[in-house]
Design a protein around this ligand. Structure first.
Ligand SMILES: Cc1ncc(COP(=O)(O)O)c(C=O)c1O
Length: 405
């Protein structure tokens, strides 16, 4: 025990942890030896098939992506040792940001150490008192916290939440704002492109139409859509046949399909990005993305662009996996995304089932409260282009055993 720890705090914290343990809700971190891939080696367990990474395109250990990171390290060293506007921007950052903007078909982008940070930069910087952020109830936690922070940093930023993907409710909320004579600000409507716990897709054409009708900006966090949806992996907008510049602002991550290291970005108009550079607290007070990641993520986008057949392979694997999951008797939402949640209800049950799967050699994590609402715990199976038929066959066989146990 840390001898300086206050006994009251120690007792309270230990009480919560003991309770989590007693109710089967304590998470265990698995130690991975070696790189990420369709199969991975877990310490004290050996090789298992990995169905819980966001390594959707299998690029996390792609030789060109790894080499680009090493070359970035050789060229620039570990980092800038500075905040970007002071002395902290390498040419590698500029090149990555140009590549991201071109990939998405927008004017500009700016990178951060994570999408979480990007979200915490976007709302408090671009929203002003009197504006309103309108958000889907199932949006990712980084959006929720970005919205909360906007309200704290700029008193008078309003928030409204609409029922998940309910376009009638979106209309009602937007109409309510425009009918309110006291409301004269901007509206920022924000949605996940692919919802991270459900694996369903936001109806971007409908949201775009509503935003146009009521004069709102449309912001899409496409962390789980980028690299996954659309024929060339541009993301949820491509899935719907939309251009990137039909979305006012994107947030996204480099920590999933695009190399999987870490990092996030905001992408959109030059003016919005310049505002982030000038006024964003994470841009003014926090270091840049490490150059290893700036270089490996850029290479990941280049590899994807050079060979979109990876995306087609992912789509086919997703189809096979969903069919198999249903065939063994579990329910899974019909969707082209790589997130296949199997809802089981109780958190302890989800964790126990995922442990059973792990004992059989399939690594798929059970999610419960507070990651998802109480009573909706689930095992989230995630598919990658790197999975081969043999991995998918083993997944289905182990799910069948689980169902029958
Ligand atoms: C929709 C969504 N947005 C943002 C993030 C956070 O991304 P990062 O790890 O880059 O902070 C996640 C990660 O789980 C996510 O699912």
């Amino acid at each position: 025990m840390n001898t300086s720890m206050q006994p009251g705090f120690e007792q309270r914290t230990q009480g919560v942890l003991d309770d989590l343990s007693a109710t089967g809700q304590l998470k265990q971190l698995q130690m991975i030896e070696g790189p990420m891939g369709p199969s991975i080696t877990l310490r004290d367990r050996g090789e298992v098939d990995c169905f819980c990474s966001n390594n959707y395109l299998g690029l996390a250990n792609h030789p060109d992506v790894v080499e680009a990171g090493i070359e970035g390290l050789r060229q620039h060293g570990a980092g800038t040792a500075s905040v970007r506007f002071i002395c902290g921007t390498f040419t590698a950052h500029e090149a990555l940001e140009r590549t991201i903007a071109d990939f998405l078909g927008v004017e500009a982008s700016y990178t951060f150490v994570s999408c979480w940070t990007a979200s915490e930069a976007l709302f408090p910087t671009l929203c002003e008192p009197g504006d309103c952020i309108v958000s889907d109830e199932l949006n990712h936690a980084c959006i929720i916290d970005g919205m909360r922070l906007a309200g704290v940093i700029k008193k008078g930023v309003r928030k409204a939440v609409y029922r998940h993907s309910d376009m009638a409710h979106v209309r009602e909320v937007l109409q309510g704002l425009r009918d309110d004579p006291a409301f004269t600000g901007e509206i920022f409507l924000v949605t996940d492109g692919v919802f991270s716990m459900e694996g369903d897709i936001a109806d971007l054409p409908a949201l775009r139409a509503l935003c146009d009708e009521f004069g709102a900006l449309l912001i899409v966090d496409d962390s789980h859509g980028t690299g996954v949806l659309g024929a060339t992996g541009r993301g949820t907008h491509e899935h719907w046949g939309m251009r990137g510049d039909e979305i006012d602002l994107f947030t996204g991550t480099l920590g999933k399909a695009l190399g999987g290291g870490a990092g996030g970005y905001i992408a959109g108009s030059k003016a919005a990005i310049e505002m982030i550079v000038q006024r964003g607290r994470p841009t003014l007070f926090s270091n840049a993305l490490p150059t290893t990641v700036a270089c490996s993520a850029r290479k990941a986008i280049e590899v994807l662009d050079a060979d979109p057949s990876r995306v087609a392979r992912l789509h086919e694997n997703v189809r096979i996996a969903r069919e198999g999951i249903r065939e063994v008797g579990f329910e899974v939402l019909d969707s082209p995304t790589a997130i296949c949640p199997i809802i089981v209800g109780d958190t302890a049950k989800a964790i126990a089932m995922s442990n059973q799967l792990l004992d059989m050699g399939t690594f798929a994590i059970g999610f419960g409260f507070p990651v998802v609402p109480e009573g909706t715990a689930r095992i989230r199976v995630q598919i990658s282009a790197a999975h081969e038929q043999v991995h998918l066959d083993r997944l289905i066989a182990n799910l069948r055993s689980l169902k029958q146990s």
